[in-house]
Structures are given as C-alpha cells and as structure tokens.
Design a protein around this ligand. Sequence first.
Ligand code: WT7
Length: 659
Amino acid sequence: MSNSIESTLHETRVFPPPESFVAQANVSGKAAYQALLDEADRDPNGFWGRLARENLQWSKPFTQVLDESKAPFYTWFGDGELNVSANCLDVNLVNGNADKIAIIFEADGGEVTQVTYQQLYERVCKFANALKALGYKAGDRAIIYLPMSIEAVVAMQACARLGVIHSVVFGGFSSKSLHERITDVGASLVITADAQMRGGKAIALKPAVDEALGMGGCEAVRHSIVYRRTGGDVAWDAKRDLWMHEITAKQSADCPPVPVNAEHPLFILYTSGSTGKPKGVQHSSGGYLLWAKLTMEWTFDAKPSDIFWCTADVGWVTGHSYITYGPLAAGLTQVVFEGVPTYPDAGRFWKMIQDHKVTTFYTAPTAIRSLIKASEAKASHHPKSYDLSSLRLLGSVGEPINPEAWMWYHINVGGERCPIVDTWWQTETGGHMITPLPGVTPLKPGSCTTRLPGITAAIVDETGGDVEAGHGGFLVIKRPWPSMIRAIWGDPDRYVKSYFPSELRGYYLAGDGAQCDTDGCFWIMGRIDDVLNVSGHRLGTMEVESALVAHELVAEAAVVGRPDATTGEAVVAFVVLKRSRPEGDEAIAIGKQLRDWVAKEIGPIAKPKEIRFGDNLPKTRSGKIMRRLLRVVAKGETVTQDVSTLENPAILDQLSTPV
Ligand code: WT7
C-alpha cells in the first residue's frame, strides 16, 4: 500500500448542513439517519426487504431477500420478478407524471429538446417493439455505442423493457476496445450513431463499429442499428445496418414490459482492473434499481420540483445510475447534455444551470478544477457571472476532491448555501456507498464522510482485522448489499479473486486505500492496485503497457501515474525501443507516434501525458520492473530509497531527464 495512506490529515474545517436544508430533507437530521443505520445493522434482511417492497413495483413479489448459500455469488430478491423500464416509465404515467418533462436535452450546439414521461415511454416502446420485431429477446446482449442523447436513454430503456442485456461502450473508446467488448459479451446487436458532436466538431462513430465488426469473432452480431445524429455520409451494409428512425416509424407506442427475475442481468459495463483485459461488471435488475432509486432520494434528496443534472456520460456507471435509471425511477426532470464543458466557452455549465434552472448538479472534480482555471483566466467564464440561485445541492464523483477545489465549488457555484455530496462508489457497487446525506452530515472538504445505511464500509488490515481510526488500510464492505456486482461476465474465478480474496474473511475488497477518522468519516487515499484514475476514469497501467508493446518499435514499457493538478493523475510511460534510445526531435516524433497509437488501441483518454525513453527499465536482479521507483522519477523527484536490489541503478538518472 502506498505511503500516502500514512500521511496525516490536515483538513479541519467542518460545514454543518444548513438548517433550511435539514428542515425539508428526505432524511432529516442525525436521529433519522441513525434510525436507518440501526434498522439496517439490527436486521439487514428486514431492512432491505422493506425498502424493496416500498420502492419498486414487482410483477411477482419476492419471498426471500438475500441468499448467501453460494457466497460470494449472492442473490437478492431472487424469486421476485419485475421490469426495470416499467419501474422507470410506466409508474410515472400512473403517478400523474405523464406530462412532466422527463428529459431536457441540450445538444453540443445549444439546441434544446424536451420530452415528457409520456413521450419518453412511447419512444422506448416503439424502439423496444422494433427490437422485438428483429427477434431480440431477454438474455440477448446489445452493445450500445452512442453519443449523449435522448436516443441513448431510449436504447438502454428499450433493452431493459425486453430483458435484453446492454453493454454501453463510451464513445471515446477505439474500434479495438469496442471489438474486445463485442466479442467478450457475445453481442448479437450493436446500436450506434453516424457521428457525435463534441465542441462544434462531428466525430464519426459508425466507422469504428464497421471496423470492429470487420475484425473477426463478431459473427453473432446480426444488426447494427444507427441513430442519425448529423446526417453525414456513412458506409452502409444493407444486410446488417438499419436506421433507427426507419425501424421505429411504424411501431406501436405500447410495448408490454417483459417481467424478468430480480437477478436477471440488467447490464454489463466494462471497467479496468489491475491485470489483463477490462472486466465486464455484471449488474442485476432488482437490487441495482432499488439502490439507484434510493440513493436519488437519500443522497440527492430528490424532490418532484427538482431539475437534476448529472454531467457524466452514459458510457460510465455514473451515467447508468444517475441518468438512465435513478432519475427516471424517482420521477424527476433531468438535463442531459451532449457537449463538453468548454464549448463554446468555459461558462457553458454555468449558463446551462442558469437557463434550465438546475437545482441539483453532479459533476467530477477534474471538471471543477479545469473550470477554476478557465474562470480565473476570464471573468465572463466565472460562475459569478451567471445566476445560479436555482441550485440547492451539489455533488462530486469519480475521484477524491481536493479541499481547494471543494471550497471553490462551495463558494462560487453553491453560493455557500448548497451542501456538497462527495459520493464514493465504483462501477462495481452500482450506486453511492459512502457519502454525506445533505440534511444530516457535517461536511469536511476532501472527505466522502460517512457510510449509507445498510452499507457496512470499514477499514481493515491484510488479514481483515479492523484498523483503528486515523490509520490507513484497505477499504472493504463487510456484508453484501443489493446493488453489488454479481459477476465478471464469463470469468467467475476472476470475480472471486479480485473482490473476495480469502485473507479478507469474505469482505468485498474495493481496491482503494483509505482511513477513517474518529467521527467515522472516510478519507480515500487512492488505489492500492495498478489502476490509475485519470479525469475520474479508471485506467489499468497494464492495459496501456500492452498497447505500447504492441507497437512495432517498442521492446518494453512500464506505465505509472503521476499526480496532476487538473486530471488527478496523469499517465507517464517509460519506454525501451527495439532500436537505440531516441533523443531530441526524434524522441519527440516517436513519442507523438506512440501517444497516437495508444489512442487508437484504447482511446484518447489512455494517451500518456509524457513518454520517457531509456536504454532499459529499472529492474531487480530477478527481472522485476521497479514501478515504485518509476513513480518517484515520474514526479520529478530524486530517488532516496535503497536501490541496492537494482540490477542497473544508473538507469534512473537516464529516465529522470524528460525529453
Ligand atoms: C474508483 C471507482 C463512482 C463512479 C465513477 C467512477 C475512485 C470514485 C470517489 C470519491 C474518492 C473516488 C475510487 C474508486 N472514486 N469516487 N468520491 N472520492 N475516490 O467509477 O470508474 O468504477 O472508479 O474511483 O478510487 O475505487 P469507477
């Protein structure tokens, strides 16, 4: 575990929840929170069973809450049946929300389109009917590779309506990454668009699908359904490709939801691990939806009058739980945004909050940090130049938020009146795990504060023993919870090994190092494995290394993370070429070539910020690369550790010089 875990905490500021917020909160005051904690700790099954009955509509009620007989392969509400899409759409039609705006969509160029719950229901039903007509049914897998759009929500919800398991691939991933996911998941359907608009530019999407499907191993894919976003020219395979608007045009606007078992996989979402290829994290229908909905109500204090805006992409879990599922299950109006925070200028987020009267704004620290810089550079981009008085609650997700960024967000965006919920969770947890409750928890900048009721988060040592407050350790969840990962698609052994290592007494291992203070507040210190967090996105160092060594010039590569003021961490690659070490302009040229290569192999988010060339890498006598030393070198610091076990200590000097 990294040394930073032992570092002492200097942050002492505490911000109690504003009384006016407490007065109206869904979970109001410490006693209400404590009562939920106690109920969950005293009788977890009674607690979860009650919530699942109260919050979801079941087509067949469950009789068993948790089945632990095949632990760690847990099942929740395992003999119950429901449909996720019916719980997001149909319920709103009978609850009086039919004419309520479900989605306010703002395109990259600023055009706004709104759909009501009734209209969204009809679009989902038409698309589901089209899928049904093409022969797709419960259990089939669909890859979704779409820009942020109403269509993306429609596609996901339509899959859920039929029990088709979706796997969304972020539009920034390359054809190679797409191919890997299509084959791993065994998809029979791909849903994509001609292009996406980002920052005023059209970026083609369909060619990546065509390329991926041409790579072999995708024979199971029968159709590729294309949403026409820009109307530009696209290559067309008449046997396989279908326009979304054509196949939905004549469909009925009603499609009966297919009831599925609570454990039926709702989706599979790929995320990076410390070794090997990305893991297909499999989520359930019942337990997952329960938590997406409840956390909307608890963490985001969801109210019918809210205008909720989560800035994530549906390609990540945040976009699943807090765009496609949670806000709809909670019956809210939400903003969905296609573009980027800096186009047409860095005031875009603030202008959108002002225009749409957003009440609840959920974004990532990396976005906040980049906008701090931009607003300092130009007053008209500063949040103070906009009317943000509609805001009542702010959220943060994806990485630790540094106290400076927290304070800036609090003062300049939240006007010192909005609580900030710093939500710690993961692709695997399905929803928030450790987070303030805005009407309960005193906030500490930089801490995700306390566990949610029913979530048994704790800090333990290598043997699973509890660690005292103020000391670093492994962040674990001691007992299962309904929205937890169910499996790694196609790799049950990896599921057990990654998340339930035998030394840890059956606890779920999150992979983060953390400590807890004497108030029970958690402070996340970073990953304990070779996973980096770049702009809130998870990236395995091994994935980047594999991409680099796949290049014909590269003999060896080692990738580490370096703290970065904007992106949290930045990728630094140490590379040994098959030929002699390049210098000067040549090093710059090859460096660029390799960075572009990584973008093509994985996606632009994986591009190394810096590449350093060496004649060799620092290795022990047994040939193990000393990444620990490379992390020091990458930071520009001098290695003070003992290097006597190194085969070639002189190499550190060479690698210390940036090109
Ligand atoms: C990893 C999970 C959660 C959805 C988006 C990322 C880090 C996430 C926080 C936070 C400190 C955080 C952890 C975690 N992380 N939220 N509020 N404070 N760290 O999901 O890609 O699965 O990444 O992101 O390291 O393990 P993900």
